[in-house]
Design a protein around this ligand. Sequence first.
Ligand code: HEC
Length: 137
Amino acid sequence: MRAPAFAAALALASPALALEALVERRQAGMKDMDDAMKALGAVRIGVLPYSPALVSRAAGALEAGAEAMRLQFPPGSEGGKAAALLWEDRARFDAMTDDLAAAAARLAAAEGEAAALEAAERVAETCVACHEPFRRR
Ligand code: HEC
């Protein structure tokens, strides 16, 4: 992952700028996952046709997002819309990141439309489960 190295390099120039860049990066990562979920939602309501390629792309984006998240909330990066609780209850946050990664892996392995949509539901539950305590509205 390039995020920490990138942030570290920027931190030498300006800690405030580094934090801003990291927050922007993690928010962009969340938006990529949101796009993946929207594509799956479009399949669910019949706006997009089901295809294994679409599901595989979405699952890949979610797995990459979960992986990136492990590095994008280091100590001292309080900011954005993340709740302060995240840095106080780190173990719970990390466990929820693992839940997302596991659900994304099950989506990647799902065969057929019904199984994929079912797996997508489970992914969506992990988004909500973490946003509830750890994202400020
Ligand atoms: C383990 C916790 C966790 C999981 C799982 C998680 N998120 Fe987030 N999400 C956050 C936090 C924390 C923020 C606030 C980040 C910030 O502003 O720095 C956030 C912010 C967002 C945002 C707003 C980004 C912005 O521009 O402000 C979107 C959209 C989002 N998440 C979508 C998703 C989707 C879709 C999923 C599931 C596929 C997901 N998230 C899973 C913790 C999580």
